[in-house]
Design a protein around this ligand. Structure first.
Ligand code: ADP
Length: 496
């Protein structure tokens, strides 16, 4: 109701109509008049009035009928009834039909103005109330949608979230927290956290955040170990929630992140570095020892002795070089997208050439080599260099871990979808308990038979990586003192 109020006077008596118009216009109101109910109703539909003054007794559409139509159009409309015979019944009837008040005829200008002013004030209040209600409804709607948005976000977080009030009662949490702490079915709003959380470590971090000397910092981050059955490492961040104005603590919010996998990787990395440095140190210090003995003349004056020492130093240097090459190959395969040149290959030639090349390594063992590879094989899609590396590692192991007069057998057999490459030996074999570890980095079986065999423990892990990057599989069977068989299965790309 901004600006001037607009009033409509509906009365079949011209004197009353015009009288009201004059009095109210003099008060500063905009006044329209109508001589009967239906004309009045048309005006109500076409204009927006703040107050109607309606005569009850009119020919055609009477006052009461008009009022019920007006209420349908604008329920907040203030309607003042003019009545010629002011009885209680007519007044009650009019009020029932939505009249705000009534003025009995004849009336004085002052009584008319008083009723109208009161009515307009009520109209103003009614409109204000309506506006506030609409505003509140809108706010509630916004709040509800904000709330559901916040729930959706918190519920889909991978991190666990826990909100606790100053009395240590649970206020909010998400499914990730329930999963992480295995709290199914126990959690309830208002429960004390000490009833719910049994892990001392987590409770301590929460208590620490509330401790008096923690008032300087806004959040604490600590790692905790959850014992079995959860067996997880969790990074907990606890932030105290404070009132903006009073700075008083209201509660706290804890976020929990499962970093078990990261921790494992970190441990593996440290182990890896420790192993590499250990493996590098041994040959270098041996070479240094031989060189020192040579330079200081500590080994006496026998030239044969010196030659032997230099030979050993060369062997150790070679094994060092092998280790470095294996490490380079390993880190190349570890890279996110190693450079790999895959092509359609018939691997038969590569197998035969590799065996021929490695035969010389058998030394004094007098090994027999059996190659059973068809002249041509179905094509596989592979990197040639990696295939050579794979075969070299498997065949040189079959030689290294063989026994005197033993046999090395290399076969290739295509079946329906895979090409099977089998490298078998009649060597020392591998204990059943060691078998699951042989593809691990730096793993070497330690037994009297392998004591003098040099190696890096990286060969089979490289083989496994190559096989997997070619979408294949590797299997191993072994019997101690009888021999070992490795079967590599690579997908056939094209039959010949
Ligand atoms: P290494 O450099 O020690 O040969 P590998 O990763 O190639 O490393 O092999 C891991 C371990 O598995 C070896 O140290 C050895 O104990 C065992 N191994 C591998 N191949 C054979 C085999 N053909 N016969 C017996 N043991 C083997």
């Amino acid at each position: 109701m901004d600006g001037q109020a607009r009033i409509l006077v509906v009365d079949d008596e011209k004197g009353i109509r015009e009288g009201c118009r004059r009095i109210l216009a003099a008060e500063g109101y905009v006044v329209d008049v109508a001589e009967n109910g239906s004309t009045g109703l048309e005006l109500v539909k076409a204009n927006s009035y703040d107050l109607l003054i309606i005569d009850l007794m009119m020919p055609g559409m009477g006052g009461l009928e008009m009022m019920s139509h007006v209420r349908e159009i604008d329920p907040e409309m203030i309607m003042v009834v003019i009545t010629g015979f002011a009885t209680i019944e007519t007044a009650v009837d009019a009020i029932k039909h939505g009249a705000y008040d009534y003025i009995p005829k004849p009336f004085t200008p002052d009584s008319l103005i008083a009723v109208v002013n009161r009515g307009l004030e009520t109209r103003r209040l009614r409109l204000e109330t309506k506006r506030l209600k609409e505003e509140r409804d809108q706010k509630l709607l916004e709040l509800a949608s904000e709330k559901s948005k916040m729930h959706a976000i918190i519920n889909s977080m991978a991190d666990g979230v826990l909100v606790v009030n100053r009395e240590n009662q649970l206020v909010l949490w998400n499914p990730a927290l329930i999963r992480m702490l295995n709290l199914n079915g126990q959690i309830e709003v208002g429960k004390n956290i000490e009833e719910i959380i049994t892990d001392e470590g987590l409770l301590n971090v929460i208590k620490k955040a509330y401790a008096p000397d923690s008032s300087n910092y806004t959040s604490i981050t600590e790692e905790i170990e959850l014992p079995s059955p959860e067996a997880k490492t969790i990074m907990v961040n606890v932030s105290v929630i404070r009132d903006d104005e009073t700075n008083q603590e209201l509660g706290l919010v804890a976020t929990l992140r499962d970093i078990t996998r990261l921790k494992e990787l970190d441990k593996l990395k440290s182990q890896f570095v420790a192993m590499v440095t250990h493996e590098l140190r041994a040959p270098v210090s041996a070479i240094e020892g031989y060189l020192t003995a040579f330079l200081t003349g500590a080994a006496g004056s026998d030239p044969k002795m010196y030659k032997q020492m230099m030979e050993r130093a060369r062997q150790r240097a070679r094994s060092l070089l092998d280790l470095i090459n294996d490490l380079l190959e390993y880190s190349r395969l570890e890279a996110k997208s190693p450079v790999r040149k895959k092509e359609l290959l018939d691997i038969s030639g590569i197998i035969i050439n590799t065996v021929e090349l490695l035969k010389g390594q058998s030394g004094s063992k007098d090994l027999k080599f059996e190659i059973d590879v068809p002249d041509s094989l179905p094509l596989i899609e592979a990197d040639k260099r990696e295939m050579e590396q794979l075969l070299t590692n498997l065949i040189s192991n079959a030689i290294k871990y063989n026994v005197k007069n033993g046999k090395v057998m290399v076969r290739a057999r295509p079946n329906k979808h895979f090409l099977n490459i089998i490298v078998a030996d009649t060597g020392i074999g591998i204990d059943a308990e060691c078998l699951p570890h042989i593809f691990d980095e730096f793993y070497r079986v330690s037994c009297p038979e392998t004591r003098y065999t040099t190696g890096t423990g990286l060969g089979l892990s490289i083989v496994k990586k190559i096989v997997e990057s070619h979408f294949g599989r590797i299997e191993v069977e072994s019997t101690p003192y009888k021999g070992t068989t490795f079967t590599v299965k690579l997908p056939i790309k094209q039959k010949k």
